[in-house]
Every structure is written in structure tokens, then in C-alpha cells.
Design a protein around this ligand. Structure first.
Ligand SMILES: Nc1ncnc2c1ncn2[C@@H]1O[C@H](COP(=O)(O)OP(=O)(O)OP(=O)(O)O)[C@@H](O)[C@H]1O
Ligand SMILES: [Mg+2]
Length: 294
């Protein structure tokens, strides 16, 4: 069976895209024993930094390449720069079974800027084609893509490669506005002859949640989500699970530890329970909407 390719996106920074991508991936791999690949498409390389020891990242990138290789296919440049190698997945965590990563690269930003000497004519289908021709769709059950928060080339390339996408969102107006902006990008590109995005929306996942859903402002925000039916019912379909704000999660990322690996006490235990709910719900929604094979 071909892998589902799930993109985590929101045109708003700091809403938990990276945190959800890597932790849902880890949960799918550990709890459900799925073969999972994380692809770090954000030039900020936060997923890469959260999963691999920083001191070793450059060496690993030299040996195994990065997403840069999906977009740069010029042979003489590839020979000059190992960063241009066709990327090879690496183990994403020491304990992870079937939990791999294709590294991100800051250099993708330079490629996008088309600085002198860089390859012209970036292919928006670079990731989609690379995942297909590299055999990754057969090697994995799920491919999870972490994306940049801007309506940029690499976000669109991720959406083009994806069979599905989910929208991590903080519980505030600006983040929900960011989800709305993503909706506009999605709608425009879905209906555009040259882009024809076929990814299906899986819904909105609330993150960094405090106990504010009961406040007046909280209720207003929830209404705002529910009233955005213009994009279709699935787009803003709220997940029942939500990731609570938990200081230990932020601290753990610096030590390359995932939520499941933390001692299950107090707020961490609650976060672990919610992570399981979110992952379970994501799996159910995936099963309810057949992967797109276009
Ligand atoms: N549930 C949580 N509790 C506490 N801190 C969290 C939680 N989720 C994420 N964080 C922290 O909040 C910050 C933003 O999270 P994250 O990097 O996942 O967001 P992002 O949407 O990927 O951001 P960007 O748009 O910059 O890529 C990070 O420092 C992360 O460690
Ligand atoms: Mg991020």
C-alpha cells in the first residue's frame, strides 16, 4: 500500500506545527508500529534540530543529504556539493523503530532566492516527484511533512506532494486567521490549472492549549472556527484531542526528547494522553478519506 503523505501547515508561526509533526510521527511509529518518515521542509530546520544532536547534523547531512536534493538535480553541482545528494532517510531517534527523517536544510532558502550560481527553474513538484521516484511511498506507511509558516514555495511544494493536510492552531484569533489564510492558498491552488492541489483537509488541531475554552473569548474563537464552513466542512473540522501547554515539552525539545519519552507525571501525562487521542483521530480521519493517488 502506498504511504499517506500528511502535511502539517498553518500560515502562522509558533502554532505547534513542528512539535505535532514529530510527536505524531513518533506515536504512529511506537504505538501503532507504523513505518514513518518525517520530511523537514522548513528552512528553519526545527524538526531536524529537535530530532538530531546539533553537533552531528552537518556530518549526517553530508552523508545522507537533505530535502535540498529534491529540488536540485543538476549533476555537476551535485558532484561539487554533497548537500545536493539524493536524500537518504536517517533514524530520527535512538529508540525509534521505523521512525526516520529526511533532514531539512537552510540552503533551500538560498535556492528559493535563486542567488547567483544557484540552479534556475525550481520545480514545484520536486518533493512530490522525489518521494515517488525515491521509492519512499512503498517503504513507509506514513510520510509527515513539517512546513514553513509562510505562503512560500516550500509550503506549496509540500501541499502539492501531500495526500492530506492537517492544521495545527493555537487558540487565538491570529492563529485561526493563519488557518484561514492557508484556506485561501489551498482554495486558490486547488482550483488553479497549473497547481491542482489534490490534498484532502483532515481538520484543525488545537495546540498549546490553556484552560481558556470556557472563557467568553474562548467561546468566540470556537465560534469563529465553526463558522468557517465556506472552505467545506472538513477544512475546519476540529479534532477532539488538543495538545495542552506544558513547559516540559518545550524543554524536552532542546534535549531531543519526544513527548512519549518523558516521565508520565502531571501535565506531561495529560499531554501524552492527548497526543494519543490526536494520533488516533488522525488515523481514523485518514481511513475515512482515501489517499489521493493523482
Ligand atoms: N504543547 C506545548 N507546550 C509547551 N511548549 C510547546 C508546546 N508545543 C510547542 N511548544 C513550544 O512552542 C514553540 C513553538 O512550537 P513549534 O516550533 O512546534 O511551532 P511551529 O508552528 O512549528 O513554529 P514555526 O512556525 O516557527 O515553524 C517551540 O519552542 C516549542 O518547543
Ligand atoms: Mg516549525
Amino acid at each position: 500500500m502506498s504511504a499517506s503523505i500528511i502535511c502539517f501547515a498553518n500560515i502562522k508561526g509558533g502554532v505547534g506545527k513542528t512539535t505535532l509533526t514529530i510527536n505524531v510521527a513518533h506515536t504512529l511509529a511506537e504505538e501503532w508500529e507504523q513505518r514513518v518518515l518525517v520530511v523537514d521542509m522548513d528552512p528553519q530546520i526545527n524538526a531536524t534540530t529537535a530530532l538530531l544532536p546539533y553537533a552531528e547534523t552537518e556530518k549526517i547531512r553530508r552523508e545522507s543529504g537533505s530535502v535540498y536534493g529534491f529540488f536540485s538535480k543538476v549533476d555537476n553541482l551535485r558532484a561539487m556539493d554533497p548537500n545536493l545528494l539524493q536524500p537518504r532517510p536517517v533514524k530520527a531517534a535512538p529508540t525509534g523503530k521505523g521512525f526516520d527523517l529526511i533532514l531539512g536544510s537552510l540552503d533551500t532558502a538560498f535556492l528559493e532566492l535563486r542567488l547567483p550560481g544557484e540552479v534556475p527553474g525550481l520545480n514545484i513538484n520536486g518533493l512530490k516527484n522525489g518521494l515517488q521516484t525515491g521509492g519512499f511511498l512503498d517503504q513507509y506507511d506514513h510520510i509527515l511533512i513539517d512546513t514553513p509558516p509562510t505562503p512560500s514555495f516550500y509550503l506549496v511544494a509540500s501541499l502539492k506532494a501531500a495526500s492530506h493536510f492537517a492544521i495545527p492552531t493555537r487558540f487565538d484569533h491570529l492563529s485561526i486567521q493563519g488557518a484561514g489564510l492557508l484556506g485561501r492558498v489551498y482554495q486558490t491552488l486547488r482550483d488553479h490549472r497549473d497547481y491542482a492541489i489534490t490534498a484532502k483537509p483532515l481538520g484543525v488541531i488545537l495546540t498549546l492549549m490553556q484552560n481558556d475554552a470556557q472563557t467568553t473569548q474562548g467561546r468566540e474563537i470556537l465560534e469563529e472556527i465553526r463558522n468557517r464552513a465556506d472552505l467545506g466542512d472538513d477544512f475546519f473540522h476540529l479534532f477532539e484531542g488538543s495538545l495542552p501547554l506544558c513547559a516540559a515539552i518545550g524543554r524536552a525539545q532542546i534535549e531531543h526528547r519526544l513527548i512519549r519519552e518523558l516521565p508520565p507525571r502531571g501535565p506531561v501525562k495529560k499531554a501524552q494522553t492527548q497526543l494519543l487521542r490526536i494520533t488516533n483521530e488522525l488515523s481514523r480521519r485518514l481511513r475515512g478519506s482515501a489517499p489521493v493517488t493523482a
